[in-house]
Design a protein. Structure first.
Ligand SMILES: Nc1ncnc2c1ncn2[C@@H]1O[C@H](COP(=O)(O)OP(=O)(O)O)[C@@H](O)[C@H]1O
Ligand SMILES: [Mg+2]
Lengths: 250, 279
């Protein structure tokens, strides 16, 4: 099941450069929440705070509270947190030295699961959820790099799902893909929200309109507006949101 | 300037570059050709299977020196390759900026440029004088010291080629950092790292100076790593500077075997390197 997120007064810095300024936001469980905004406004930084990936960047820090089903993530071990909050990156990044199968089970195997049957079962389940099983089940020991870009991205989604997270962060997961591969990823996201809470960064507003239950508009490190997707696109409360939606800047 | 003149100059420059390349190749092929021509006639089964004969007696071979060189580079590889790889991991993955990594990088650069005979002397005074005997082990240590900076440098370059997103993908799965490095980053760069290691081994295999007062050389089989051991470069040196025709021939044969050993190592290394294009 998905878990909800509550963000309270989140600030983030790279060195002296403040990238997120006092973000407050509710992200409900089992919904797709889209983050939109012009390039450089802090979308990636925001999602990278949620799995504390931001903390791994030298010189970067964050302050504030992020509650995962009511528990502050900053009180948790970041490595364990990342097994609950999974992430899919902008560019497909399968592990180059691993087969398709090893990619999917990497998170389980490298965290100590040895049982072959359990690994196989998890691989099949994750690949099915990522809608990739039918395309790869006969060549699981091929290199992950042998797949097309869209397949690689679904492989990365399967890899993230295999560790059974409750939240899935996706940072522009389709921006490097062609329209057909993009469509498949979008269908997949709609399918996955039954079981996961999904936060997706996108620069593609049609995409947000197609898949997101709610949409948040970021600008210069601030959350300008967050509401049901239809409202944000049809009837934004903020002038700046409207300007962005209608393409007047960004 | 007219385009005719430009074309003329262009052709002239191209001609000069080609000529220089050929000039650079002449000594290389000259050496190879000379060694093959002189060495091939002394190569026979006996050369590979027999010990050297006493001074002045014809026949015999370099079996002990061939095996000795293999043992020496094995010791050097076992000591030098893991050390170099682990140091490179420290430099690229854990600490790119502190005074310690700056110091290690500087030392590595200096060490690469130090004449190898000096490394021999240092191992002689620290290891050979302390233990009281020349040994295969001391020779292996000297060769390892030559290899380490080469392995560090090449491994560092290979690790830097692994995209940061690969590491992040590991962390994002909740895999601890050290395990991400050992199980994901290192295998991704493995072919390149092994190529670098192999080239370092090839380089060490041909070193003579650091073996002169560490491994010393041996006319017989060495029975332990604590005894002096024969090595191809040493045997070649000894035979080539002797007054005997037959030993001269054998020195050529030894040179040919050594060159082939190095060529095979480099060749295997480059072969691995060629299909490294995974990322
Ligand atoms: N690793 C980093 N080091 C320093 N500054 C960074 C780093 N990553 C991002 N930034 C800066 O933080 C701001 C927000 O970046 P980011 O969150 O990537 O924006 P977005 O994803 O919305 O395009 C930008 O001004 C960017 O230059
Ligand atoms: Mg971004």
């Amino acid at each position: 099941m998905g878990q909800s997120l509550t963000i309270r007064n989140l600030n983030a810095w790279y060195g002296d450069n403040q990238t997120l300024k006092g973000i407050n936001m509710e992200i409900p469980a089992n919904q797709v929440t889209a983050i939109i905004g012009p390039s450089g406004c802090g979308k990636s930084t925001f999602v990278r705070c949620i799995n504390r990936m931001h903390d791994t960047v030298p010189g970067a820090r964050a302050a504030g509270e992020i509650l995962l089903d009511g528990e502050n993530i900053y009180a948790k071990d970041p490595v364990e947190l990342r097994r609950t909050v999974g992430m899919v990156f902008q560019k497909p990044n399968p592990f180059p030295a691993m087969s398709i199968y090893d990619n999917v089970v990497a998170g389980l195997k490298l965290n100590g699961l040895r049982n072959k049957q359990k690994l196989r079962a998890a691989a099949e389940k994750s690949l099915r959820m990522a809608a990739l099983w039918d395309e790869v089940n006969e060549r699981l020991n091929y290199s992950g790099m042998s797949l097309s870009g869209g397949q690689q991205q679904r492989l990365c989604i399967a890899r993230a799902l295999a560790v059974e997270p409750s939240v899935l962060l996706m940072d522009e997961p389709a921006s490097a893909l062609d329209p057909i591969a993009t469509l498949r990823i979008e269908e997949l996201i709609l399918e996955l929200k039954k079981d996961y809470t999904i936060v997706i960064v996108t620069h593609n507003m049609q995409q947000a309109a197609r898949i997101a239950d709610s949409t948040a508009f970021f600008l210069n490190g601030e959350l300008i507006e967050h509401g049901p997707t239809s409202e944000i696109f049809m009837n934004p409360k903020e002038k700046r949101t409207e300007d962005y939606i209608t393409g007047r800047f960004g | 300037m007219s385009s005719r003149l430009r074309k003329y100059r262009n052709a002239l420059m191209l001609g000069i570059f080609t000529l220089c390349t050929l000039l650079a190749l002449i000594p290389l092929f000259g050496v190879l050709g000379y060694v093959v021509k002189n060495g091939i006639s002394a190569l026979n089964l006996e050369f590979f299977t027999s010990l050297p004969q006493p001074m002045g007696v014809a026949g015999g071979g370099m079996a002990n020196a061939i095996v000795g060189t293999l043992i020496l580079i094995a010791i050097a590889g076992v000591l030098g390759i893991p050390t170099g790889i682990l140091a490179a991991i420290y430099l690229t993955e854990y600490d790119r900026v502190s005074w310690l990594s700056t110091l290690v990088r500087f030392t590595t650069d200096v060490l690469t440029g130090i004449p190898s005979i000096i490394i021999g002397i240092v191992v002689y005074t620290t290891l050979v004088m302390k233990t009281g005997n020349f040994s295969a082990f001391a020779g292996g240590v000297a060769l390892a010291i030559i290899m380490v900076p080469l392995v560090i440098r090449s491994t560092e370059e290979m690790l830097k080629l692994v995209p940061q997103t690969i590491r992040e993908a590991g962390y994002a799965l909740g895999i601890p950092r050290w395990r991400t490095i050992l199980r994901i980053v290192l295998p991704t760069a493995a072919k390149g790292i092994l190529t670098g290691a192999m080239l370092a081994v090839a380089r060490a295999a041909g070193e003579t100076a650091p073996l002169l007062f560490t491994a010393l050389g041996n006319q017989y089989w060495a029975h332990s790593l604590n005894e002096p051991i024969a090595a191809l470069p040493l045997q070649i040196y000894q035979y080539a500077t002797s007054p005997y025709k037959d030993w001269h021939r054998q020195a050529w044969a030894g040179s040919l075997v050594l060159i082939f050993l190095v060529i095979i190592l480099s060749f295997v290394a480059r072969l691995a390197f060629r299909n490294r294009k995974n990322f």
